[in-house]
Design a protein around this ligand. Structure first.
Ligand code: FCB
Length: 451
């Protein structure tokens, strides 16, 4: 993609009037799980498995945001952002998963949230961004129904302490990653490759969402939503087999989650594969999963090229990449996919709901010149995706906000610290922060808007 800052400024200008802009992060990726009496999570455990994470990295120190949160909040406010999407760490608040609350955890999130409010930043909270307490992981984690109930209890604790200070709340970040990516493809903790485990996790993560929303509604909270990740499914060719494979990919990746949340059903094509392993009485749970919501969030990065694959034992498809320009993750840049999902959400699932793009961004290898980390490709990526947002808005979607992923370079899960998604470069040796060109592009645009 060629770089032209005017494209970014124009795309931003077409949206700025009644949308809010923010940055997103998550607890395990930045805080440092070694600090503040945080309990162990299954990511700490996963990191100990040889070969699970590039370079044998882990999140024990990460960006040391636990200690540096004040200056990190300053960076967000100084850029002129309106909102900050962050997540609570379950094991930081409840090191044993339930029972005993960690006072250091409470105090950390008190200071963090008050710090946002003091700087005029709206707190957009996620209750779970993948750091499952080891105590629950050891008892089958998302494969067990109890986890969904423990999650509802954890929700209640958070809302009692912090609920009145949060602008929006989403229970679970990216249920597809929590379930499929972690239990079928085994790329994330707990690293399983098991159909039975996947069927259970895909159901219980949705049940946890429903129970959590129910608890919050019952205690009078509003502005509750969901954050679903999307990957645009493109058939490898125009054969009927490839079309069917892409459709099944989309059903596993996307429709499983929005069909259950917004329509109280699961796609039959996926259910027919999962059927032998679905928990008894799952149909009843669907009523709980389909709770009324106040907004919907979309995380979007890339597309997948889907092929029929007779060697894949259960679903018969495999995914690869095509020949579009790629990010440092090897992910193709395809803004059209974002437009597709925004349109579909608005037309088929929740015509009246406000929609937020809760994550969007790219990994880019560092390139320094004259003391600045140059990531102009990232600015172009943002420009192209903001343009797609603008088109979806023109077509009627009620889009209310956009969050760039991410404020800081951080622990990128199985890729460790090798992939850099930040608007701000992190020197992991010194923990110094260095705003990149993309940070300054946002700052220029946001500050010009205020003038
Ligand atoms: C999303 C995750 C986020 C980050 C980005 C790159 O799937 O929610 O934590 O890893 O991808």
């Amino acid at each position: 993609m060629s770089y032209n800052k005017a494209d970014f400024d124009n795309a931003f200008a077409s949206l700025k009037d009644d949308m809010l802009f923010g940055v997103a992060t998550s607890s395990y990726q930045i805080e440092g799980s070694a600090f503040g009496n945080c309990g162990p999570s299954h990511w700490d455990d996963f990191a100990k498995i040889e070969g699970a994470i590039t370079g044998g990295h882990d999140g024990s120190v990460a960006c040391d945001h636990y200690h540096l949160y004040e200056s990190d909040l300053d960076l967000i406010a100084d850029a002129g952002f309106d909102a900050y999407r962050f997540s609570f760490s379950w094991p930081r608040l409840l090191p044993e998963a339930h029972n005993q609350i960690n006072p250091d955890g409470l105090s950390f999130y008190d200071r963090l949230i008050d710090g946002m409010l003091a700087r005029g930043l709206s707190p957009f909270a996620t209750l779970y961004h993948w750091d499952l307490p080891s105590r629950l992981a050891d008892k089958q984690g998302w494969r067990h129904r109890d986890t969904a109930h423990y999650f509802a209890d954890y929700t209640d604790i958070i809302m009692r302490h912090f609920g009145d200070r949060l602008t929006t709340i989403a229970p679970i970040n990216e249920p597809w990653c929590v379930s499929w990516l972690s239990h079928y493809w085994g790329h994330h903790a707990p690293g399983l490759r098991d159909l039975d485990a996947t069927a259970k996790a895909m159901h219980y993560v949705q049940l946890a969402h429903g129970l959590s929303i129910q608890v919050m509604r019952e205690s009078g909270h509003n502005n509750l939503g969901c954050v679903l990740n999307k990957e645009y499914a493109v058939p490898v060719d125009d054969s009927a087999e490839a079309m069917a494979a892409a459709d099944l990919f989309d059903a596993t990746y996307s429709r499983w989650f929005e069909d259950s949340i917004f329509k109280g059903q699961y796609p039959s094509s996926v259910l027919s594969v999962f059927e032998p392993f679905m928990p008894r009485g799952f149909e009843e749970d669907l009523k709980l999963i389909q709770q009324p919501l106040d907004w919907a969030g979309v995380n979007y990065y890339t597309r997948s090229v889907v092929s029929p694959d007779p060697t894949e034992p259960h679903f018969g498809f495999s995914c690869g990449r095509g020949d579009l320009p790629k990010t440092d993750m090897g992910w193709e840049i395809e803004p059209e996919g974002l437009r597709f999902f925004l349109d579909r959400l608005h037309k088929e699932y929740c015509p009246d709901l406000p929609i937020y793009i809760t994550e969007n961004g790219m990994a880019h290898a560092e390139a320094w010149q004259d003391g600045i980390c140059h990531d102009e490709a990232r600015i172009s990526y943002f420009a192209a995706h903001l343009e797609a947002v603008s088109q979806a808005r023109d077509a009627g979607a009620n889009i209310k906000g956009y969050f760039a992923w991410s404020l800081l370079d951080n622990f990128e899960w199985a890729f460790g610290y090798d992939k850099r998604f930040g608007l701000v470069y992190v020197d992991y040796e010194t923990q110094q922060r260095h705003p990149k060109a993309s940070y300054y592009a946002w700052q220029d645009a946001l500050k010009a808007q205020r003038r």
